[in-house]
Design a protein around this ligand. Sequence first.
Ligand code: FAD
Length: 457
Amino acid sequence: TPVIVWLRRDLRLSDQPAIVEAASKGPVIPVYVLDDETPKHRRMGGASRWWLHHSLASLDTALRDKGSRLILRRGKCEEVLADLAKETGAAEVHALHHYEPWWRNAEKAVGKVADLHLHHGNYLAPPGSVLNGSGNPYRIYTPFWRSLNERMPPHEPLECPERFAAPAAWQQSDRLEDWNLLPSKPDWAGGMREMWQPGEEGARQRLEDFVEEAARYEAQRNLPSIEGTSFLSPHLHFGEISPARIWHAVADAGGSVGTFLGELGWRDYAQNVLLILPDYGSRSAKEDFSFLQWRTGKGAEEDLRAWQRGMTGYPIVDAGMRQLWHTGWMHNRVRMIAASFLIKHLLIDWREGEQWFWDTLVDADYGSNAVNWQWSAGSGVDAQMFVRIMAPLSQSEKFDAAAYIREWVPELADLPDGEIHDPAPMVRPKGYPAKIVEHRDGRERALAAWQHVKASG
Ligand code: FAD
């Protein structure tokens, strides 16, 4: 009897335990279900949908090379999978665990209508399994990572079967083009096409390139002008490569790679937080944030728009926001600066930023995005204090962002290094805006808002 493999954010053939297990039992029917119908199922953002299109196309090609193919269906997961099981006579459904609250709900619903077998494989250790001395999950990253790291190395990656047995007949599949995942007009994806190759082969290539550089990661990772990080985040998000494979490749390369592995640990940590606080993406963990009077109304809306478009008058923030719009990715140091600027200098609710990133990042990940936004805001279970306010201009100098700014804010390209981080009004080119808020004014406004929280709490 055939076995269904229900694919979600695990679009790979290598080190994919659900596929390996299913293939050992019978003909495999791989299916991807696009669920835009279930309430509370967070609809994927625009950049993610672009990525998904290409990742599915790539997976289908890889499956066809092995005598199989990918079935595409739209609708509620439990209904689609129940129908498919009936049509094919499949006895079991195999899938990897996912931790977004809507995926956990879907797993429950599917479990009621099919014989669902869930496997681990998208994280270094199964989320929920790293516990403190009293048997409880960690809320703070550092002890979590210490404990997780003691359990490393992760499993050795599983190889993909050479060929898949095909079912007697292939069931109907939607045409990928009919899902309209790609932008129509205007086509904003040109910069993304240039930068990325979605799919397992693109992920493998990125890893290969990074392994050469891994020893320099620690020294380079905070410098946005240099390509000093792995660029693996969208591949990891869509599960085109497993973190275990990355862990082994990087650890085997030698050198001081602990900092990099610790970043993979942040990714695991985020899913663990979601298990404790499923609504982390939409709700501040610290209660006193309910007293924070975020700015709203016309002025705040205009400022939000200026931030989104990269027109704040702060070159480092603008460079980051334009890099994001153009490529679907932003350097981590700049994400921190841009997030802090929105939350503190503009005093705009972190959830507005979370939403914008959700829509524009190719690596938009419910857990990682929420953990990092709540860290920046100070509202999270592990977070810096709200009153720690990053100074964007000195960050820009400290991390040597001049070349990065020249690339992404071409209006400023002719300014010398001494001027580019904070162009004075006399040298500011026409068309580049004045600062939408002075650093000192923004800082004082944020501190006053925090005073109000303290007085109310
Ligand atoms: P590398 O530095 O090469 O790191 C390797 C991998 O470790 C990454 O691919 C990623 O999977 C993981 N990782 C690294 N840093 C973090 C981190 N701080 N938190 C969680 N995982 C991490 N990352 C996402 O994957 N999705 C998001 O939606 C996301 N939103 C963010 C929002 C804000 C406000 C901030 C400050 C950070 C966010 N990050 C997010 C984390 C981080 O910026 C990206 O993972 C990183 O920039 C991706 O580039 P890279 O693959 O070259 O990273």
